[in-house]
Design a protein around this ligand. Structure first.
Ligand code: SF4
Ligand code: SF4
Length: 422
């Protein structure tokens, strides 16, 4: 796909030329999107994706109405996108509507604006906090600080603060002198995102070791947040800046023969789908076309399935949850299938429900109860599964799984590392 085929759509156009009519008119009101929406299922006040997308658009075309504030209650899980049989670009409509709501209706002096901006820019906070990780972990883990955060910022005190690692992934990578493999033919550029860098470097290290095991040179370029929490909070200027930096960086690498691999399925979703839907930077389409989830890449180019048959990782039985964004990329069955013939452990899929946290959504005080209600089905299935360790690709699903079950949560790349590398 070339850049010229890759125009983002103005959802609420000011002129007749900038028209989403084809997208909105494809909606034949079947309500499949509403039925798939985990927020609408438990929150009677949320009008659902059909309203947030095509209906609101039509309404706005007839009269000069503002974007309805309920769009801020959409968690950006993107399940409605996958449910629509008619190809209506729902999440693109929601992202654009949210950005318009924030820029035109939300006061920049409000607590909600600053709370959302802070949550959306987790990477900036993490960069500062991880300079003194032990101190930050101590302060942010303090229940009094959490109560203050809830009272003055609206960040729930119910959740456990995600601890910063004492050494970031990038520090580790630089200390070891970069990739131990040099190759002209097999090269991947790793989009690690903020969480694997600052909070779970063991996941990022596993990716590097597994790809090096298969003979890949791994590049770890300077990068910004994928933008996922920024889209979800309508902070489109922040998202645009981050995306521009990432596209420029990774496009250069693609031109040098690298493919892009991600360990987080929301990051791969952003690079593959949200960037081309929302931005027109040079190289956006090329970056999207060369982006893969890490295990998906190995399934395509290596015999990881064959190599894992009969392998014996040092892991207990696992309860696997497929993140909604993995589902959207057709990756929901991947981990369970890949791990089905491992020796000595059982991996159980805990079903197709949403975990309920959806990035920053479940961190907002007003959404906490809804988030836990959405997660109930997953918690129950985790309890029924033989494993007492969770498994997922998404860091915030992992937070919710751990919070609701008390289980330790691991990443599929760690299982592969244990089976093939260690
Ligand atoms: S699923 Fe698609 S076609 Fe059906 S109501 Fe929703 S947007 Fe319209
Ligand atoms: S993105 Fe998720 S929460 Fe938002 S409308 Fe679609 S299904 Fe509902």
């Amino acid at each position: 796909m070339s850049d010229s085929e890759n125009f983002p759509i103005d959802v609420f156009p000011e002129t007749e030329e900038m028209d989403l009519r084809p997208g909105a008119d494809s909606c034949y009101k079947c309500s499949a999107c509403d039925t798939s929406c985990p927020v609408a299922e438990v929150d009677d006040d949320f009008p659902g994706p059909k309203f947030q997308g095509p209906e609101q658009w039509r309404l706005k075309r007839k009269e000069d109405t503002s974007v309805d504030e309920s769009v801020m209650k959409c968690s950006n899980c993107m399940r409605c996108d996958g449910a629509c049989p008619s190809g209506v670009p729902l999440s693109q409509m929601h992202n654009t509507a949210r950005a318009e709501y924030v820029s035109e209706e939300m006061s920049m002096l409000s607590t909600e604006y600053w709370r959302n901006r802070i949550l959306a820019n987790y990477g900036t906070l993490a960069r500062i906090g991880s300079k003194v990780p032990r101190l930050t972990n101590f302060v942010m883990g303090n229940s009094l600080v959490q109560q203050v955060n809830e009272k003055f910022l609206g960040i729930t005190a119910e959740r456990e603060f995600p601890e910063f690692a004492t050494e970031t992934f990038v520090e580790w990578f630089e200390k070891r002198g970069g990739s131990t493999v040099q190759s002209e033919d097999k090269r991947v550029a790793y989009f690690h995102g903020d969480y694997a860098n600052y909070n779970t470097p063991e996941v990022a290290k596993a990716l590097v070791r597994v790809f090096e095991h298969y003979g890949y040179e791994v590049a770890v370029p300077d990068q910004r947040c994928s933008g996922t929490p920024m889209f979800a909070n309508g902070m489109m200027d922040d998202a645009r800046r981050a995306a521009k930096f990432n596209v420029e960086t990774f496009h250069n690498l693609v031109e040098d023969g690298y493919d892009i691999v991600c360990s987080c399925t929301s990051c791969s979703m952003a690079l593959r789908q949200e960037y081309p839907e929302l931005f027109t930077f040079d190289g956006t389409a090329e970056v999207a076309a060369h982006t893969y989830e890490a295990l998906e890449y190995l399934r395509i180019y290596e015999d990881v399935e064959g190599d894992l048959k009969g392998a014996k990782p040092n892991f207990p039985n696992l309860a696997y949850h497929a993140p909604c964004h993995a589902r959207n990329q057709g990756l929901d069955g991947q981990a369970v299938n890949l791990f089905s013939e491992l020796d000595g452990l059982e991996v159980t899929d805990v079903g197709d429900s949403c975990s309920g946290i959806s990035g920053t959504y479940g961190w907002k005080e007003e959404n906490y109860d809804t988030s836990m209600k959405i997660g109930e089905e997953m918690f129950e299935h985790m309890e029924d599964a033989p494993g007492e360790t969770g498994l997922t690709e998404c860091p915030t699903c992992a937070m919710q799984m751990g919070h609701g079950s008390g289980y330790e949560i691991r990443h599929p790349l760690e299982v592969v590392e244990s089976a093939l590398v260690n």
